[in-house]
Design a protein around this ligand. Structure first.
Ligand SMILES: [Zn+2]
Ligand SMILES: [Zn+2]
Length: 161
């Protein structure tokens, strides 16, 4: 859960505001895998951290261009591909959104609850659900296309309304 106070607890999703610690952790994780979080990749990841409900590629590009007028769409898309490959971000195809991973990168797929009313995205890691799903798919001779499983589900706020 994101905390508003400034304790030194760095577990869980990055708090609003300063994402330096989370970015440094991502940097270290990339290096451990022999990859490198270059300046542009780090900027894109920071933008994703600042947008917990996700960003459309087009908006992301516009915001990167504010800081780097020379940034071309392919540069930004390549940075996004890299972040997804490294398990630091996910693509929500249903909404054409990119979101930062809310966990340290994970070997199992995540469940994404996409609210049809407010377009909010919640990442759930339910090991038992996901391994049961993977097993059933395999038994049926299928394989997940991507590690993001999307479900349309009203969020608590929209249910209250
Ligand atoms: Zn994730
Ligand atoms: Zn909602």
């Amino acid at each position: 859960m994101p905390t508003k106070n400034s304790t030194l607890d760095n577990s869980g999703p990055p708090p609003a505001g300063d994402h330096t610690a989370a970015l440094d952790r991502a940097d270290a994780a990339c290096r451990a895998r022999g990859a490198s979080l270059t300046a542009i990749r780090r900027e894109v990841l920071e933008l994703l951290y600042r947008s917990p409900t996700g960003v459309k590629a087009y908006d992301l590009l516009a915001r990167i261009k504010e800081a780097r007028p020379g940034a071309s769409p392919p540069t930004v898309y390549r940075a996004l591909d890299f972040l997804i490959e490294q398990g630091l971000a996910h693509k929500i195809g249903r909404m054409n959104l990119f979101v930062a991973c809310q966990h340290a990168s994970h070997p199992i797929p995540s469940l994404f609850l996409v609210c049809p009313k407010c377009a909010g995205v919640t990442e759930l890691q339910e090991k038992s659900v996901m391994s049961a799903l993977s097993n059933s798919l395999a038994e049926a001779g299928h394989r997940l296309e991507s590690p993001e499983v999307e479900i349309s589900a009203l969020c608590p706020k929209c249910i209250e309304k």
